[in-house]
Design a protein around this ligand. Sequence first.
Ligand SMILES: [Zn+2]
Length: 134
Amino acid sequence: MSSDCIFCKIINGEIPSSKILETSNVYAFMDISPLSVGHCLFVPKKHSITAHTTDDDTLSEILILMKKVAIAAGFETYNILQNNGEIAHQAVLHTHFHLIPKNSNDDGLIIDWRPKEVQDIETIRDKILNNLVL
Ligand SMILES: [Zn+2]
């Protein structure tokens, strides 16, 4: 736990939340600033800042729980969003996944997708292949 982390405070009950579920590893609750009705958050109970510093079991469990909540809520169209780092729009520095229903072009997640001309994709591919641990 990080003492100044808002999500750790929510998990510990110091800040109230509209809880959906809680397991030994994961806490899920309704987002207080939703992009659409049903927008909710899934967080590891053990404080971490990014997905790549979160343990594998918790990451796996979160995705399965998101699927179950999407089914329970009847979401047919939705986005799963997970941001790492402030420049990548991570507002709370505790790993979290957004489940965001999309009901129209005007609600939910709005994506400004701008593909770039990239000259060299082999250098990063080689780096991945040289360092990848499976
Ligand atoms: Zn935290």
